[in-house]
Design a binder for this molecule. Structure first.
Ligand SMILES: [Zn+2]
Ligand SMILES: [Zn+2]
Length: 146
């Protein structure tokens, strides 16, 4: 059961944040930049309204990973925290495992599926998008069997 306020933070606990309101979407991102930024084969994001987001403690660093794209991280332990982009007005995308209760936000889709590591597969029925759901360029519903 989702509450109206979600709390989260980094590995060392220095950075804590809270965000209000329902998530906009939840997606696995397979893009090269997210994978390199986290060192993980896939990352999962929850989108929220930026205006509902607040850092409570700690200091976050920010890195412009592409023009107009901003990735925040804890300056003490290095945990990746969020993704913001000039083109996504009033949105902040939180790396799902920084939330205290990621189980409350089941993933709905796979984005940048064409950039995935070739051996990476998840057997779910979520749609796979070449880029994002906004472009509606779906690849397949669920895993490709053949
Ligand atoms: Zn930290
Ligand atoms: Zn990505």
């Amino acid at each position: 059961m989702m509450s109206d306020i979600a709390n989260g933070g980094c590995l060392c606990g220095a950075v804590r944040f809270e965000v209000a309101g329902p998530p906009l979407w939840v997606a696995h991102c397979h893009c090269h930049s997210c994978r390199r930024s986290t060192g993980a084969p896939v990352t999962t994001f929850v989108g929220f309204r930026y205006s509902n987001f607040t850092f409570n403690t700690g200091s976050s660093g920010v890195y412009e990973s592409s023009p107009g794209v901003w990735r925040r991280f804890c300056t003490t332990c290095g945990t990746p925290l969020s993704y913001e982009a000039d083109r996504y007005d009033d949105e902040i995308h939180i790396y799902i495992s920084t939330l205290d209760h990621p189980e409350d936000y089941p993933a709905q889709s796979h984005v940048f599926y064409g950039e995935r590591i070739s051996w990476f597969d998840v057997h779910d029925s979520a749609p796979r998008f070449v880029a994002t759901a906004r472009e509606r360029n779906i690849v397949a519903h669920g895993p490709v069997d053949e």
